[in-house]
Write a protein that binds this ligand. Structure first.
Ligand code: SAH
Length: 376
């Protein structure tokens, strides 16, 4: 048995969130439908206003209270401001791939910045969202990891990134006209399972049917984790059944201790056992993310070890060519090493894809993009 991180003083820094000076305004997306109703009552509103506002927010994606005609005109603005305060403000947008990939930079109420990336493909539209400002996991190849954790986002702040993306789709802001947001990946900034409650609330906001949530299928939602075993174990009992992606990056503990420092607490074997249990409980094949780093983790013997580890598991491997971070001595693997890696895994019958590198020109692909996408 491993020691859980919260019991381990050494890892305290990793999990401790710096004190937030001023809390983000409360939003209905922070609460369950029952709590939204109770909150409306507390605010002196009729409890059914909560469901009305949720309908405008999640079903109609309406940010204009003047359209909320089931609420008296004189009260619309006040009710909207109370239950759905604006939590994220657009700072900049950058696009690439002829506009099909777009990165939005958001400012939160306290000036903290986070990013989300919207990607249109022929058959789907995916948004990659942030669950934390910064990250405490300290993976040396990841840009976000270098800056450390600023703070957790609230469920409202995470949900707002998704609702903004859904609005951009229905408003026809991406080339190709009106679309529907179909996929959500927690592969932006942050370690989602280190912000567990807010992430689970967000997962309900995504998957609950209208008007309680956006009504997006859990199979189109991917939570990507460094492998926080306790978080994976908890998540499988939530009954949400979203897709799990595990950032493994190497099959051996020796190297993983440095590539993914939380491995000093949760070893490869334990992480895979938790992912297997998740797969068994939810029926969902999981993804293994593997950033290929030249001469670091791309040797044939590691491909061989990974193949042996995964051959009898219900897992899919996403190889991600490393996107070098500024100042890093590491770079992506040679083409021939990448090809050999793929062939070896295929030799074991392990499904494998090499991820596309969308959005690199806009720094959108600091590795935090849609890795699980191609396994669909
Ligand atoms: N904390 C979560 C989400 C991180 S972002 C996790 O670790 O899974 C999603 C993926 O991008 C992770 O697999 C992460 O390891 C990977 N990644 C981070 N930086 C990268 C880089 N510079 N190049 C390629 N992949 C990277």
């Amino acid at each position: 048995m491993s020691t859980r991180p919260e019991q381990n003083p050494e890892l305290k820094l990793v999990f401790d969130e710096p004190v937030q000076k001023k809390k983000a305004p409360k939003h209905l997306a922070d609460l369950s439908p029952a709590d939204r109703k109770a909150w409306a009552k507390e605010l002196g509103l009729q409890p059914f206003r909560a469901a009305q506002v949720a309908t405008h927010y999640f079903s109609h994606l309406s940010s204009n209270p003047e359209e909320w005609t089931d609420i008296p005109a004189s009260e619309r603005q006040t009710i909207a401001a109370a239950l759905t305060p604006k939590l994220i403000e657009l700072v900049t947008t950058r696009t690439t791939d002829n506009g099909m990939t777009r990165k939005d930079l958001w400012k939160l109420h306290d000036g903290v910045l986070v990013e989300s990336v919207l990607m249109r493909y022929t058959d789907r539209v995916t948004v990659c969202i942030s669950s934390q400002a910064g990250c405490g996991m300290n993976c040396p190849f990841c840009a976000t990891g270098q800056a450390g954790l600023t703070r957790n986002l609230t469920a409202g702040e995470i949900t707002e990134q998704i609702v903004a993306a859904a609005r951009a789709c229905v408003n026809g802001e991406l080339p190709g006209g009106e679309a529907r947001l179909s996929n959500i990946v927690f592969m932006g900034m942050g370690e989602p399972l280190a912000n567990y409650n807010a992430v689970v609330r967000t997962l309900h906001n995504i998957t609950d049917p209208n008007p309680d949530g956006l009504g997006i299928s859990a199979r189109s939602v991917t939570v990507s984790t460094v492998g926080l075993v306790n978080g994976i174990e908890k998540l499988m009992d939530e009954g949400i059944n979203c897709t799990l992606a595990v950032s493994l990056h190497t099959p051996d503990d020796e190297l993983r201790d440095s590539l993914v420092p939380i491995n000093s607490r949760f070893k490869v074997r334990e992480v895979l056992a938790a992912a297997d249990a998740y797969e068994k409980k939810t029926g969902r094949r999981y993804s293994i993310e593997y950033a290929l780093i030249r001469d670091i983790n791309d040797q044939s013997w590691r491909a061989d070890l990974l193949g042996r580890l995964l051959k009898s598991r219900n897992a899919h491997v996403n190889l991600i060519p490393l996107n070098p971070t500024p100042g890093s001595k590491w770079t992506a693997s040679r083409r021939e090493d990448e090809e050999a890696f793929v062939r070896i895994l295929e030799g074991y019958g392990v499904p494998v894809t090499v991820r596309d590198t969308r959005g690199r020109e806009i720094d959108g692909a600091c590795g935090q993009l849609a890795a699980a996408e191609k396994s669909k």
